[in-house]
Design a protein around this ligand. Structure first.
Ligand SMILES: NC(=O)c1ccc[n+]([C@@H]2O[C@H](COP(=O)([O-])OP(=O)(O)OC[C@H]3O[C@@H](n4cnc5c(N)ncnc54)[C@H](O)[C@@H]3O)[C@@H](O)[C@H]2O)c1
Length: 264
């Protein structure tokens, strides 16, 4: 049974303890935004967390603000050897792997398909889809070996369900993440490995700030019936629950967390 933490978070609500005391977790892209908040929720729930990021300094400063046992490492999730090394390092450091949050992602060019460059297409697909595949593959192998099962959580987007102008590579990658999630769930749920995807609406993070001006930001807000963008902490609460045994019957699912974006 989940318990409520005693101390309020910096926001206006109290975070749940997802009771991950015996678990080892990896979060990719943990140096910033949603990944950092996922690492915070997992660590605050008792997991030993490996914060992995292509920006090693960002991962290290993120870890410095977290409770419990953490470890940081540099990874380029678009590189399968780098991903395998990250997973091996986590197992070596903490003795296993039970949860992986495949969160690292990039935005790419804001151009229509006809103008989209091959390089940007390949880079976005390389990080946002190939990277999730490499991480899922490496995690599944370790989880099968241990026999202890696990929870794989893939960071998709509302753009894993619908399109968005000027975002063809990103939307294609995120739709791919949802398909990969469903397929891996079919293949491994019988062996205790749950695989789910999370579909955030637009969340105020450095990724969004780097890609949008003020006007575009206001236009985006108006597309969320709840009347605001989401926060990384809100997404992390869903991730914490999916990681926990309270979600023991949940696999192959795609969970929008989007302030009503997809309901329109
Ligand atoms: N912000 C949003 O509105 C939003 C909405 C839906 C989905 N998402 C998804 O959530 C995830 C996190 O996004 P965010 O907004 O927190 O972004 P962010 O830019 O704040 O953080 C992304 C992190 O990933 C790291 N990273 C980038 N490429 C990497 C690579 N190849 N290997 C390892 N690490 C890498 C970056 O260094 C950074 O620390 C992404 O997958 C993104 O697509 C974001």
């Amino acid at each position: 049974m989940l318990t409520w933490r005693k101390q309020p978070r910096k926001g206006d609500y109290v975070m749940v303890n997802y009771e991950l005391d015996d678990k080892v977790a990896i979060v990719t892209g943990a140096g910033s935004g949603i990944g950092l908040e996922c690492a915070r929720v997992l660590a605050a729930s008792g997991a030993r967390v490996v914060l992995a990021d292509i920006d090693a300094d960002a991962a290290a400063s993120a870890a410095a603000g977290l409770p419990g046992q953490t470890h940081t490492t540099r990874v380029d999730t678009a590189d399968p050897d780098s991903v395998d090394a990250m997973v091996a390092e986590a197992v070596q450091r903490f003795g296993g792997l039970h949860v992986i949050v495949n969160n690292a992602g990039i935005g790419g060019e804001a151009l229509p398909v006809g103008d989209y460059s091959t390089d940007s297409w390949r880079r976005v697909l390389g990080v946002n889809l190939d990277g999730v595949f490499y991480c899922t593959r490496a995690a599944v192998r370790v989880m099968l070996d241990s026999g202890a099962g696990g929870s794989i959580i893939n960071m998709a987007s509302v753009l894993g369900a619908v399109g968005f102008p000027m975002s063809s590579a990103y939307a294609a990658a995120k739709h791919g993440v949802v398909g990969l999630t469903q397929n891996a769930a079919l293949e491994y749920s019988g062996q205790g490995i749950r695989v789910n995807a999370v579909g955030p609406g637009f969340i105020r993070t450095p990724l969004l700030d780097a890609n949008l001006g003020q006007d575009a930001m206001h236009a985006l807000i108006s597309q969320h019936p709840i009347g605001r963008l989401g926060t990384s902490a809100e997404v992390a609460e869903l991730v914490g629950w999916l990681a926990s045994d309270s979600a023991s019957f949940v696999t192959g699912a795609y969970y929008p967390i989007d302030g009503g974006y997809l309901a329109r």
